[in-house]
Design a protein around this ligand. Structure first.
Ligand SMILES: C[S@@+](CC[C@H](N)C(=O)[O-])C[C@H]1O[C@@H](n2cnc3c(N)ncnc32)[C@H](O)[C@@H]1O
Length: 335
């Protein structure tokens, strides 16, 4: 093959690789949902045994196990499949860095993403149930937040000088992972997790009890667009909340945060904050599409935009901190 053809094949592969991305996502999510990685953690198995013990169809299991091995998530030796080191670390329920809940959440989102052409025509979010509508989706969504937050919570604690905080609000705190991690690190801290009643009752209370922090973490069940946030916080965390709202709601929210805080208190806004070009980090410009298909007015915002809105809400000393290549945060002080 001449050089030109080789390069053309390379470009076509790159493009069609993008268009086939959903296939790997679907195979991975099915593996998690059907318990394949949990099962193979107990013992290596051939497809017939895995199908029998998991109550699945033998032909389907045979095909999917081979595809999972092709993706590097399983290993095949002498006709037996076992988890690869990657699957062993991240895809077996109960492991410290388990990612299965967020993978289940992402799989549900596919139903919205495929409606993107109609969203482009109408500007309205995709039809269908939302991540917080039913119990099962809520569980994947909220515990998925915990899969992600477990690592970033420690990193945030490092970059914000958590030691000086005494009373914290975890706004839209979901599983309460930030409140739990911060209280575990700082014994002088108490926290309030504010979220929707069903989220607090079905998930957050259980997470806090399991962490043994029931005496230091309390809850406000409410709507953060309508209800009071409480008073006297010296630390308010707004993590991965603003991307589901448009500018006017975010401005209102920042004002409510300021009114709930003591002078000298700090607000921390964490999100997939964009550079001024609105393209980079590329994770953020793609995540904005998730908000386009899922919400009326959400999106990803630039560091400069949020800094202006924080200033307008009455905060000063706005500083940018990086916690991962995708996620950054702005810390600001209530004068
Ligand atoms: C993307 S999650 C972020 C969770 C957590 N802050 C984190 O960063 O891991 C958004 C959270 O906001 C909550 N939420 C959404 N709408 C809300 C509302 N109107 N009032 C209170 N909480 C809400 C959801 O239940 C969910 O826990």
């Amino acid at each position: 093959m001449d050089i030109e053809m080789k390069e053309l094949y390379g470009r076509i592969d790159r493009l069609t690789g993008i268009s086939r991305g959903f296939q790997g996502a679907a195979v991975l999510a099915a593996g998690v949902e059907c318990g394949i990685f949990d099962f193979l953690d107990k013992k290596p198995a051939d497809p017939a045994l895995a199908a029998r013990e998991l109550g699945l169809d033998p032909r389907a299991v045979d095909i999917v196990l081979h595809a999972l091995a092709g993706m590097g998530l399983l290993e095949l030796e002498d006709g037996l499949f076992r988890n690869s080191p990657l699957a062993d670390e991240l895809l077996v329920r109960g492991r410290a860095h388990y990612q299965g809940d967020i993978i289940g959440h992402s799989a549900r989102l596919i139903r919205r993403w495929v409606q993107l052409p109609s969203v482009l025509r109408t500007g309205k979010p995709a039809a269908g149930p939302r991540s917080t509508d039913d119990r099962e989706s809520r569980k994947d969504f909220i515990l998925g937040m915990s899969n992600i937050a477990r690592l970033s919570a420690r990193k945030i604690a490092e970059v914000i000088d958590l030691g000086s905080a005494r009373r914290m609000l975890d706004l839209g705190g979901g599983p309460g992972t930030y409140a739990i991690t911060f209280c575990s690190i700082n014994p002088g801290l108490t926290a309030v997790v504010f979220d929707l009643p069903e989220v607090i009752d079905e998930i957050t209370t259980g997470q806090v009890a399991a962490a043994g922090l029931g005496e230091r973490i309390s809850f406000i069940r409410g709507d953060y667009l309508e209800n009071d946030y409480g008073r006297d916080y010296d630390l308010v965390l707004v993590s991965n909340i603003i991307h589901s709202l448009g500018e006017p709601r975010i401005r209102e929210m920042l004002g409510r945060c300021r009114r709930s805080m003591v002078p000298g208190g700090r607000v921390v806004v964490k999100d997939f904050l964009l550079d001024d070009d609105r393209v980079h980090p590329a994770f953020g410009s793609m995540f904005a599409v998730n908000m386009l298909v899922g919400t009326e007015a959400g999106g990803c915002y630039t560091v400069s935009e949020i800094a202006v809105w924080l200033g307008d809400a009455g905060f000063g000393q706005v500083e940018l901190r990086e916690i991962s290549p995708q996620a950054r945060l702005l810390v600001a002080v209530r004068p």
